[in-house]
Design a protein around this ligand. Structure first.
Ligand SMILES: *Cc1c(COP(=O)(O)O)cnc(C)c1O
Length: 473
């Protein structure tokens, strides 16, 4: 029986957290001085596998120390300001506080009536985000989900439900671009629409969907007996930060009766910056994915799918089983489980709610503006240097460049640029991976971290110059 008591010892939780939280937080404070890549040595891997799940309890401090020394140590520090790959994690301590508090309360996130306070707070937060998009707040719906992938999947299912009858599903076609995030096609596949029905539209010189080509493809499909039902535009592609011509795509979507979803997982946060004008037409979309754990500085597992028409979400996802009758949705307090895929889920939005309350929208504007400035600063340095070609200009917080030299062929340059990324990773003070754009291997910098300084950027540039010298090209 004593062992059972351990499971519900809130006093121990209180004491332990008081003891260990300062140490754990200190590691985050020191993050900027750490090596970014920390691959696990073989013997450590074996050590983790050798930890048994035994019958008897262990000392909590010992276990926590082991987690620290063995598990959390071996990871890529994605919230290091000089980690430029993927969309980095610009984790804010404020978000962590909101997350921890919510996690301790653990309110039920799926229903309205089971946790009314946080349900209302999250709904009002989504309304506020919808307002930033330019959606009419009265009708909009939305939920917090684990990430952009889930948001895109959710939107695709709504689109299919709203635009196609069941028997039409095999004929339904979806339009994305060659820069659309892979999660979109993955979601389409998961929901059972044939991958063959996805049309990948080419992009223009700055990686925006070619709207003429989009129109042509839709018309050709209609002629062939297909039923176009979904166009996915992107506000901030992951590769280059490009923003599709949303206004024009919205007109095409309207003309051909397609659902218009905007993937803003990364870029929609620009709506809170001083560069809102870049997103013209976003308000004409039917739905949007917008991640908190990217450019809103939240811990992982915080994203939204926002839909202009709450009823469209409800028509798609309302299941109404008998045992949930007592907690059925009213329109005014609609349950999240009736407008999304999940039933039980945490109140994922509370950390963002807290962050916005704590620091205010001006801090967000400044922090997001800083990302734009970071990319511009990189651009300024690379632009006046003949060693480099700009492959995609500074867009949002992202820029792609490439070392060039007439002496070498395309393939050789691809290899050299790949090598330059590897050399930086080996030094492990800054990390930028490559991406491939129109066959060219490019060095990609996604610089969302607001604590990255101009001096840091100059330092990264200087080291890259030295790396080039070291190759004696
Ligand atoms: C990151 C990203 C996604 C996927 O989001 P997750 O939160 O990683 O699931 C989708 N679309 C775009 C444009 C992204 O940058």
């Amino acid at each position: 029986m004593d062992n059972l008591k351990l499971l519900y010892d809130w006093q121990e939780a209180q004491n332990l957290l008081r003891e260990v939280l300062p140490e754990i937080i200190q590691r985050q404070i020191d993050v900027g001085n750490k090596k970014i890549l920390n691959p696990i040595p073989k013997e450590r891997e074996d050590e983790i596998k050798s930890i048994k799940f035994g019958e008897e309890p262990r000392e909590p401090r010992e276990v926590i120390e082991q987690m620290d020394r063995l598990l959390y140590k071996y990871r890529t520090i994605q919230n290091h300001p000089k980690f430029f790959s993927f969309i980095p994690l610009a984790l804010s301590p404020v978000s962590v506080v909101g997350d921890i508090i919510n996690s301790i309360h653990s309110p039920y996130g799926g229903a309205h009536v089971l946790s009314e306070g946080v349900a209302i707070a999250q709904k009002w937060l989504i309304n506020w985000m919808g307002e930033q998009i330019g959606y009419p707040v009265k009708e909009l719906g939305g939920i917090f989900v684990s990430g952009g992938s889930m948001a895109n999947l959710t939107a695709s299912v709504i689109a299919r439900n709203e635009k196609l009858k069941d028997e039409e599903i095999p004929k339904g076609t979806v339009y994305i671009s060659d820069q659309t995030h892979s999660s979109v096609a993955k979601g389409i596949h998961i929901m059972g629409t044939p991958l063959l029905n996805i049309r990948k539209i080419k992009t223009d010189d700055i990686f925006r969907m070619d709207v003429e080509d989009l129109k042509r493809q839709i018309e050709a499909d209609i002629k062939d007996g297909f039923i176009p039902f979904l166009i996915v535009g992107t506000a901030g592609t992951t590769n280059t930060g490009s923003i599709d011509l949303l206004e024009e795509i919205s007109k095409i979507a309207k003309k051909y009766n397609c659902w218009f979803h905007v993937d803003g997982a990364y870029g929609a946060s620009g709506l809170l910056s001083s560069h809102k004008e870049l997103f013209k037409g976003i308000e004409k979309s039917d739905s949007i994915s917008w991640d908190g754990h990217k450019w809103l500085f939240q811990s992982y597992g915080c994203a939204t799918i926002i839909c202009k028409d709450r009823q469209a979400m409800a028509r798609t996802f309302n299941a109404n089983p008998e045992y949930l009758k007592d907690v059925e949705s009213q329109d005014s307090n609609i349950n999240f489980w009736d407008i999304g895929i999940e039933l039980t889920c945490p109140a994922r939005g509370m950390r963002l709610w807290y962050t916005l309350q704590r620091v205010g929208t001006k801090a967000f504007r400044e922090a997001i503006d800083r990302g734009f400035e970071n990319a511009k600063k990189f651009e300024e340095l690379f632009k006046k240097d003949e060693d480099f070609e700009i492959i995609s200009p500074a867009m949002l917080s992202t820029i792609n460049v490439r070392y060039v030299n007439e002496k070498y062929t395309l393939e050789e340059l691809n290899e050299i640029n790949h090598k330059l990324s590897e050399i930086a990773s080996k030094r492990n003070e800054e990390v930028y991976y490559t991406t491939t754009l129109r066959g060219k291997t490019s060095l990609r910098f996604c610089a969302i971290h607001p604590q990255l300084t101009d001096a840091d950027i100059e330092d990264v540039y200087k080291k890259l110059k030295r790396d080039i010298e070291s190759l004696s090209l």
